[in-house]
Design a protein around this ligand. Structure first.
Ligand SMILES: [Cu+2]
Length: 273
């Protein structure tokens, strides 16, 4: 009998401990996962029972590679969904024609309640209207729907998206500058993402080119040593290092090779800091 009571106590203690723990966890002020981010679009994904909110790190969305965060909630309970597949559908309506753009779907698991994806906007909204469709599936009901919202895309002073027609195969390529995001004096991370225009609706990541970058200060007539040429890391992303030996106006010349054949040598990224 005594043993039995002890055992009961053990259960009660464990249960209340669990209860207390979960209570204190719920009562603790939870950090807002979207704090510091800017909501650029959001609404109900009809038919899915979910709402979609789209966030960007900057208040404006620029042409080029844009990291986006997605907050998905049950439209009735408001519960945040942290595991579900999401597909993106960026589209530009230019009146006479429509075209898509390169994008990277989020992983199906949220990080701190946010799904992380990206869209490469290849032109500003002055040329037409961008919409971003976000297709979501309710993890409980399996119902699927798409929220589609307008995105205003601005051209920055120094463009971070370039395109060229390959002299090797006549294909159209788009190259987005990802890093350095905040250039500094010295060695910087250098990253670009390369996409091929398969057709107006499909811009798959491309890994067939080799990328050579040559930084120059045009107004001072010098370059810099110790640059590391970008190499393909997967999904069209090429990573290397760029050395900015002083602050000011840098032009990073870009050469694209297809094996030993030149694809293009006309493009460059201007970076002033
Ligand atoms: Cu367009």
């Amino acid at each position: 009998m005594k043993r039995h009571i002890l055992w009961m106590w053990a259960i009660v203690c464990t249960t209340s401990a669990t209860f207390l723990f979960s209570c204190s966890k719920d009562d603790a002020p939870e950090a807002d996962p979207t704090s510091g981010l800017h909501k650029i679009s959001g609404g109900y994904a009809a038919g899915s029972g979910l709402t979609v909110d789209v966030y960007s790190a900057s208040p404006n969305v620029y042409t080029g590679y844009q990291r986006l965060s997605f907050l998905i909630k049950d439209s009735i309970t408001g519960q945040v969904i942290t595991e579900t597949p999401i597909t993106l559908h960026p589209m530009m309506d230019m009146g006479m024609m429509q075209h898509a753009s390169p994008y990277e779907n989020p992983a199906p698991v949220a990080i701190n309640k946010l799904f992380k994806g990206s869209v490469v906007f290849i032109m500003p909204s002055t040329g037409g209207t961008w919409t971003l469709g976000v297709r979501v599936t309710h993890p409980v009901t399996g119902n699927t729907g798409t929220y589609s919202g307008t995105i205003n895309v601005i051209e920055p002073t120094e463009s971070k998206i370039k395109s060229f027609t390959s002299a090797f195969n006549g294909e159209r390529y788009f190259v987005a500058l990802i890093d350095p995001e905040q250039p500094k004096i010295g060695i910087n991370d250098f990253e670009v993402a390369v996409y091929k225009r398969a057709n107006m609706m499909s811009f798959p990541a491309d890994s067939t080119l080799s990328v050579i970058h040559t930084p120059e200060m045009p107004t001072m007539g010098h370059g810099s040593p110790n640059n590391v040429q970008p190499v393909h890391m997967g999904k069209g992303h090429y990573k290397g290092k760029v050395n900015f030996t002083m602050s000011g106006f840098w032009r990073v010349h870009m050469d694209y090779m297809h094996g030993t054949e030149v694809a293009d040598t006309t493009q460059y990224f201007d970076i002033t800091f």
